[in-house]
Design a protein around this ligand. Structure first.
Ligand code: GLA
Length: 730
């Protein structure tokens, strides 16, 4: 299929780079969507269209009927009328106006897909801007970003505003779906009409950029957002630092401008220097929000995360089981227990390190990544060996970007900390936590060496949990010169990515979890280097239904670490049956975070069966298409399902959230099944092995499952009830 067309005089040269482009139309297409950009002889580029797929033959009739959609692909500040701008710079002589003329256009492709590159130069000043549009092959995800270069020989250019994307959408009955939250209450979804004026989604925390708002959002173009129908645009800035998305609306137009948050982040380009802005990924769906989510999930597994095509292990993490109380004996006991339950990996969390200052609480030791000998006399090596003997893999927690002021590292290198020498150091967790200055290449080397040493000394470590429990609290870098102090928010993340690239180049196979006090970094800026996110420190299965629901809008189940923990829950005090806790965790990457020694025998028995059942559905949960069926925001039950590509295998989960006697429960319609197949239903986690729910063993047609629905009210017939089912086509 030809995905790129040029209409006009040069149509014959469709596959050749086009120089000095004139009045041309450029189309990038996926199977479902097209993105259309036009360029003209005056050197300008316009967005014409991002919507359902169009063809060569459609182009001639296109412009006369779509003229209200047009917008400049990169609005610049300084000339013409006002309005929101994507690019604003300070030229060497102090002028802050930009006037770009297009120099050339190229279509290339690489291992990720097709890439359209527009090159602009300012008509007066030495400023070159490249604007990229990518279509990711075999997905419905497109992206756009820029590269800004100071091409002068002398004089600096200041970047005041440098958004990655400016996308015009159709103004109509638009709704915005966005995600907010904080520690233990991440990713709360809110939906509201898009008002005229400006709506801003932004973060200024410095490090944990998804506490507050998530950079991912959807805009529905035709009324209240629905799951499987309606036109929905989904956008997500692939960046781990401060971001800002402006949604600018008036009665005639709707424009999304998204990029790094430029507040307190003026950047300087010296002669010859460039800035590449982060990618803004986008999807247009005519299958509602579900269509956007499924497109992002598929893209994530292929391009947006590490090992999205590799099955993730079922693990036990030590944190909520023993907190800082790690020692050889307890770790071995936990390894034995998870091995007996059928798990595959044991992860030792916080509390294992610190020699001069052993890590017994959160006041000390970050930075001193040597084992606490008193607790673990046989070292990490002894733990790796013990895990191997029990037939499970071994993983370990680190928080490499941080230091406690009570540590040997801080005593040796106080200058490695983000801090202003003229001001008192503001300290975070434990009253002593500070952030290392990743703008400094020496600090980057040190942070790299933490993982490098662990993995060189213990090549059998299979998993690392990479934590980050602070934000930038002291906005000052002892490393950067005074005129570059305004660059910390950006340079930190560039430094972090350099470290992660080195780690992945040397250790491509190790699994790494991205944690930031729970879900403080649920973003695609970092996920390419990580296998999954720790969704939340809140492990209460009831609240997890909502948090995982929110995350599922952009992040696939394989990347959502979901752990069964103790009841009463440590964060909320809620009491929930073991079945409910498993049924919720099984809808993501299943794990446990509990002291198995304290579980009742019947709970352990249940856990063993549930883990075996998860193994049956793991491929469909971790690699399948997700359908959200009943929203927890609208119903007394929440339900979701996964189906593989063939629609021969599916898994269905439903959770009672609110229970009043006589309260109606909607029929559950299974959107992910094939109407022309018959499915055998299995209750995966019966409370009592000999008494599965009434649906177990029934063979039902896809038409019934999808259109008429099944009565789950009969099973979710009391507080804290839940079901996990598998469907197999016969
Ligand atoms: C953070 C993480 C937790 C745990 C603790 C350890 O809060 O989110 O999962 O690792 O740190 O101190």
């Amino acid at each position: 299929m030809k995905k790129y067309l040029i209409v006009g005089a040069l149509a014959m040269l469709a596959s050749v780079p086009v120089m000095k482009a004139k009045n041309l139309t450029h189309v990038l297409s996926s199977d479902k969507t097209s993105l259309v950009v036009t360029t003209n002889g005056g050197g300008t580029a316009y967005y014409q269209y991002f919507g359902p797929k169009i063809d060569n033959s459609d182009i001639s009739g296109f412009f006369g009927v779509r003229s209200n959609y047009t917008g400049h692909t990169l609005p610049q500040f300084g000339l013409g009328s006002g309005g929101e701008r994507a690019l604003m710079v300070r030229m060497p002589d102090g002028s802050i106006s930009v006037d770009l003329a297009m120099e050339d256009l190229k279509l290339t492709s690489d291992d990720k897909g097709e890439l359209l590159m527009l090159t602009f130069n300012d008509r007066v000043y030495p400023l070159k801007v490249r604007q990229f549009f990518r279509h990711y092959a075999d997905t419905d995800v497109f992206s756009t970003w820029t590269e800004i270069t100071n091409t002068g020989k002398k004089g600096n250019i200041g970047l005041l505003e440098y958004a990655s994307a400016c996308v015009p959408l159709t103004r109509g009955n638009n709704y915005l779906t966005q995600f907010q939250g904080g520690w233990a209450s991440e990713t709360r979804m809110s939906e509201s009409p898009v008002p005229d004026g400006q709506t801003v989604i932004a973060n200024k925390a410095g490090l944990r950029n998804t506490f507050g708002s998530n950079p991912a959002f959807m805009i529905s173009l035709d009324g209240t957002p629905r799951e499987n129908s309606g036109e929905v645009f989904g956008g997500n800035l692939l960046w781990s630092g401060n971001f800002k998305t402006r949604i600018d609306a008036n009665p005639y137009s709707l424009t999304v401008i998204s990029g790094i948050n430029s507040e307190a982040s003026e950047l300087t380009l010296k002669p010859g220097q460039s800035l590449t802005t982060p990618e803004f990924a986008m999807v247009f769906s005519t299958e509602g929000k579900g269509g956007v989510s499924r497109a992002f999930h598929k893209w994530a597994r292929k391009y947006g995360m590490a090992h999205g095509d590799r099955q993730h292990d079922i693990l036990l993490n030590s944190w909520e089981g023993v907190y800082f109380g790690v020692n050889q004996e307890v770790m071995e006991q936990m390894m034995t227990d998870i091995a007996n339950l059928g798990g595959e990996l044991f992860v030792m969390d916080d509390g294992w390190f610190g020699d001069k200052y052993p890590r017994d609480n959160d006041h000390t030791s970050l930075g001193d990544w040597m084992v606490a000998k008193k607790k673990l006399p046989e070292g990490v090596e002894g733990l790796v060996k013990a895990a191997k003997e029990r037939g499970v893999k071994f993983g370990i927690w680190i928080e490499p970007e941080m230091v406690n002021t009570k540590s040997e590292l801080y005593e040796k290198h106080p200058e490695w900390v983000l801090s202003d020498p003229k001001r008192p150091l503001i300290q975070g967790r434990g009253g002593t936590q500070a952030v290392l200055d990743l703008c400094n290449p020496k600090v980057q080397d040190f942070v790299f060496s933490i993982t490098d040493n662990l993995l060189t000394e213990n090549p059998e470590i299979a998993y690392i949990k990479w934590d980050c429990n602070a934000d930038i609290m002291n906005y000052a870098s002892p490393y950067l010169p005074k005129e570059e102090q305004s660059e910390i928010y950006v340079r930190y993340h560039q430094g972090l990515v350099k470290v992660l690239e080195r780690i992945r180049a040397k250790y491509p196979d190790v699994a790494i979890q991205l944690c930031a006090s729970g879900g403080g970094r649920v973003n695609y800026g970092l996920l390419p280097y990580f296998d999954e996110v720790w969704v939340s420190d809140n492990t209460d299965a009831y609240q997890r239904v909502f948090i995982q629901w929110g995350d599922s809008h952009f992040y696939p189940a394989i990347a959502q670490a979901s752990h069964v923990s103790a009841s009463p829950n440590h964060q909320t005090g809620r009491v929930l049956p073991i079945k409910y806790r498993f049924d919720v965790a099984m809808s993501g990457r299943l794990g446990m975070e509990i002291q198995p020694k304290n579980m009742k025998p019947e709970e352990l028995e249940f856990a063993k069966h549930a883990i075996a059942a998860y193994k049956e559905i793991r491929p469909v949960v971790q690699f399948g298409d997700q359908y959200r069926l009943l929203s927890p925001y609208e119903n007394p039950v929440a339900a979701l399902m996964y189906a593989d590509e063939s629609k021969n295998n599916a898994a269905v989960f439903a959770y009672r959230l609110d229970y009043l006697h006589g309260q109606p429960v909607p029929m559950l319609r299974l959107d992910g099944v094939d109407e022309n197949k018959n499915y055998r239903i299995k209750d995966l986690t019966p409370q009592n092995e000999s008494r599965p729910c009434y649906l177990d063993g029934k063979v039902v047609s896809g038409r019934i499952l999808r259109n008429a629905g099944i009565n789950i009210g009969q099973v979710l017939n009391g507080p804290n009830t839940s079901i996990a089912l598998s469907l197999t086509a016969e």
